[in-house]
Design a protein. Structure first.
Length: 253
């Protein structure tokens, strides 16, 4: 039987929501990952920011950063271990790193397929695997993995991306089963105003995509960060294995 996760009877609702928590965040240089790092730091967490791209500014003096390609197993393990050493442990992981591809499957090269799967799915697994032993030392360990609305309901020109993100959903549910009391949950954003979305749709992203959504607009990075905040805090102490669509009504999942 898995150890029992304690109910939050001692939760202080007046304190910052992540007071004292130590969180490793991938994809933290821009977009959703950067919004998560900023919000988590503001809510009292010590955050380790990891990304292939340069991280231009740390959210506070307690933060640290790592140049990291999440597909490199040894580099991932080293970065996670270094973060745990810097913080004297880890309480949570947020996997927000990801890449996209817009080729039709009939035109998609095997090389591009593999790269999308390696970053979005294998990279998520590698970070979780590297963090597991550190999370076991936390009283309230959490994993938040970012999938996508494409992982729930794909459409054309997103085959590799959708497959990778559907894999993240299944991976995270399995982590929730096998690694309890570590809580593992998935967030599925719809289109969000990030560099990756703007690159795919250009400056007309808001107008092109927003009309498809029940709420009539695309999301903002901070809205995804707020969802990750809930799932990384003790407020969600009885939540594990869920798939949370934060998508403005794109999927009604």
């Amino acid at each position: 039987m898995s150890p029992v996760t304690p109910a939050p009877s001692d939760l202080d609702l007046r304190a910052p929501r992540l007071a004292g928590r130590r969180i490793f965040v991938t994809g933290a240089a821009s977009g959703i990952g950067a919004a998560i790092a900023t919000l988590f730091a503001a809510e009292g967490a010590r955050v380790a920011l990891a990304d292939r791209q340069p991280i231009e500014q740390l959210p506070n003096a307690q933060a640290c950063s790592f140049s990291l390609d999440v597909t490199h197993e040894q580099a991932v393990r080293r970065a996670v271990d270094d973060a745990a050493q810097a913080f004297d442990g880890l309480d949570g992981v947020v996997n927000a790193a990801g890449i996209a591809n817009t080729d039709l499957l009939a035109e998609l090269s095997v090389q591009d397929w593999r790269r999308v799967i390696e970053v979005n799915l294998t990279g998520t697994f590698l970070v979780c695997a590297a963090a597991e032993r550190h999370l076991r030392g936390s009283a309230h360990p959490t994993i938040v993995n970012f999938s996508s609305g494409q992982g729930l309901q794909p459409f054309a020109r997103r085959g590799a991306y959708a497959a990778s993100k559907a894999g993240v959903i299944s991976l995270t549910k399995t982590l929730a089963l096998e690694w309890a009391p570590i809580r593992a949950n998935t967030i599925c954003p719809g289109a969000v105003d990030t560099p990756m979305v703007r690159q795919g749709y250009g400056d007309e992203a808001r107008a092109q995509i927003g009309a498809r959504y029940a709420l009539g607009r695309i999301g903002e990075p901070v809205e995804m960060a707020l969802a990750a905040l809930y799932l990384s805090s003790r407020e969600s102490s009885f939540v594990t294995g869920i798939v949370l669509a934060v998508d403005g009504g794109r999927s009604f999942h």
